[in-house]
Design a protein around this ligand. Sequence first.
Ligand SMILES: NC(=O)c1ccc[n+]([C@@H]2O[C@H](COP(=O)([O-])OP(=O)(O)OC[C@H]3O[C@@H](n4cnc5c(N)ncnc54)[C@H](O)[C@@H]3O)[C@@H](O)[C@H]2O)c1
Length: 275
Amino acid sequence: MNKNIFSLKGKVIVVTGASGLLGREHCDAIASSGGTPILLDLNQSVINVQIEQIKEKYGIDARGYSVNITDEDEIEKNCQVIVKDFGKIDGLVNNAANNPKVENSSEKNFSRLENFPTSIWDQDLAVGLKGSFLCAKHYGFVISNNKNGGTIINISSDLGLIAPDQRLYKVEGLSEDQQPVKPVTYSVVKSGMIGLTRYLSTYWAEKNVRCNTICPGGVENNQNQDFINEVVKRIPLNRMALKHEYQGLLVFLLSNASSYINGATIAADGGRSSW
Ligand SMILES: NC(=O)c1ccc[n+]([C@@H]2O[C@H](COP(=O)([O-])OP(=O)(O)OC[C@H]3O[C@@H](n4cnc5c(N)ncnc54)[C@H](O)[C@@H]3O)[C@@H](O)[C@H]2O)c1
């Protein structure tokens, strides 16, 4: 086998939510595989620090921009800047989403369906779904103009495949109507990403644009120990993920090693969705 099939050398790859917990890992994976990550997030000074670190570590021409992915004008302008600078885009990772950490929240019932504000529904869908659609519309279209196509990866979740087990978020001593829950928008957005993948995997298929979904399981990241003890009982591998454990799959799906994988939804969840 030619080991170079995993290489991202020469590929320009846009990552949304690039300054977040997993976005940083995605950018590091792309850079370490020879690709050029284009970082999109909200805070330019945070992005600038990140870019310097990537340049220093990998000696590559990474770029990063403050782009609110719910704003089509900002995306359109940014897309033009990238095309002017690099002449092309090869990949898009739709990673940004509102990711409420219910397990660490001190607010008692902010997310319960009966109380859930339509304003938060709108915000969550705007970032997770509308933002991913707009990025596909603009960056994806640029990808579709390449002679050899490219790849789009939509980041869903194990909770795109299964319902949240609300018992995990229970706080002792609170009445039923005060218990925190994982909000409805998370399930809707993460399921929607799988639908978006199916649509995109056929839409530009003749132009060799492949689109796949990664469904990561929860990453261990300072959650309280009671929550961790409970959640691992639902995961066959008996542990939460480490934040770097999606890097291999991401590189694989962005690279030529996955040249015949299109429209797939791949769980990387320690087996949680098998139970
Ligand atoms: N962390 C986990 O355990 C986990 C598990 C399964 C799936 N996921 C998914 O992985 C993805 C990344 O998760 P994370 O934990 O790194 O989240 P995170 O909250 O750490 O990062 C999300 C990033 O998106 C950015 N963002 C938010 N709104 C934006 C907008 N309008 N425009 C541009 N950027 C915006 C934020 O500034 C933030 O840096 C999400 O889609 C999440 O649902 C995460």
